[in-house]
Write a protein that binds this ligand. Structure first.
Ligand code: BJW
Ligand code: ZN
Length: 241
């Protein structure tokens, strides 16, 4: 832990990649693992453009259920620790695969949401995108003012990531000296590819996860345990700073 703390203290450019595990201690379900959502639901029924065109009501019911859980949750110590290091580091970029908005609520500002935001909706007819924080809608699927069908503005399997956000994420990873990889199974691409990219660009990579991942043996330091406990310890301000 001390070695990792020293890398962080000496780095002027830090990046972090977070996944569903960082929100697990806030009560937001993860996708994979023993209690993950993909044990109960099939991704091809809920998280693909094909699923939405076949049954938009079913997909929206799943998103409304998740919106309800997220609305009733709060950021945990892991989210707050990352918001804290952003204030102290010379340059800090937070890349998240999460759509739950808990990093924003913890106070992080420089956030790249590579899979979108569950609170944003996009019209399939006019393309308008807006924030909509309702948990219940008078009808499902909800409609835009133009009459078109609204969809969650998130990235489903088979869809490209927002190009400008993705470019900024790759830039941050290529130029960082330390990268934190927190609470992600690192199986979904292209986001997972940011971990080997950081390594090949020369960054020290620190993984924080309750379990091993395919990158555990590649990274420079693996912290095994809940991020809500480990991140505050890893990122605690050095004495006198
Ligand atoms: C804790 C903890 C605690 C628990 N503390 N840790 C290359 C190879 C193979 C396949 C592909 C490839 N490139 C692309 C693909 C296809 C596909 C893909 O990756 N498939 C793989 C699954 C095989 N990728 C795509 O389709 C992507 N698009 C794409 O590639 O487009 C190409 C294209 C270009 C141009 C035009 C068209 C297309 C898009 C991927 C979108 C993923 N979408 C989802 C849903 C988002 C919206 C929503 O939330 O509703 O994103 S799926 C889901 O997985 C969600 C997550 O962001 C993502 C990653 O999951 P994450 O965050 O890692 O969570 P978990 O649950 O998997 O893991 C939790 C971890 O936390 C575990 O490790 C636990 O141990 C740990 N943990 N508690 C610390 N307290
Ligand atoms: Zn519209």
């Amino acid at each position: 832990m001390q070695q990792a703390q020293q890398w962080i203290a000496e780095a002027s450019r830090i990046a972090a990649l977070t996944g569903a595990g960082i929100s697990a201690e806030s009560g937001v379900p993860t996708f994979r693992g023993a209690s993950g959502m993909w044990k109960r639901f099939r991704p091809e029924d809920l998280a693909t453009p094909g699923a939405f065109s076949r049954d938009p009501k079913l997909v929206w019911e799943w998103y409304c259920w998740r919106r309800g859980i997220i609305a009733g949750s709060a950021p945990n110590a892991g989210h707050f620790a990352l918001a804290g290091i952003e204030k102290r580091a010379a340059a800090f970029t937070l890349i998240t695969q999460n759509v739950d908005g808990l990093h924003d609520r913890a106070g992080s500002r420089n956030i790249l949401k590579v899979h979108g935001d569950i609170w944003d909706v996009r019209c399939l007819s006019c393309g308008r995108e807006e924030r909509d924080e309702r948990v219940e809608f008078p009808e499902l699927p909800p409609r835009c003012g133009c009459g078109g069908m609204l969809r969650p503005a998130v990235v489903w399997f088979g869809e490209g990531l927002p190009q400008d956000v993705w470019n900024a994420a790759e830039d941050a990873v290529r130029s960082c000296e330390v990268m934190l990889v927190v609470g992600t199974s690192a199986v979904v691409y292209p986001a997972a590819g940011l971990v080997p990219l950081a390594k090949s660009a020369g960054a020290k990579v620190i993984e924080i996860n309750v379990d091993e991942t395919q990158f555990s043996s590649l990274v420079d330091f693996s912290l095994r345990g809940p991020s809500g406990e480990l991140l505050p310890r890893l990122l605690q301000p050095a004495a006198g700073s």
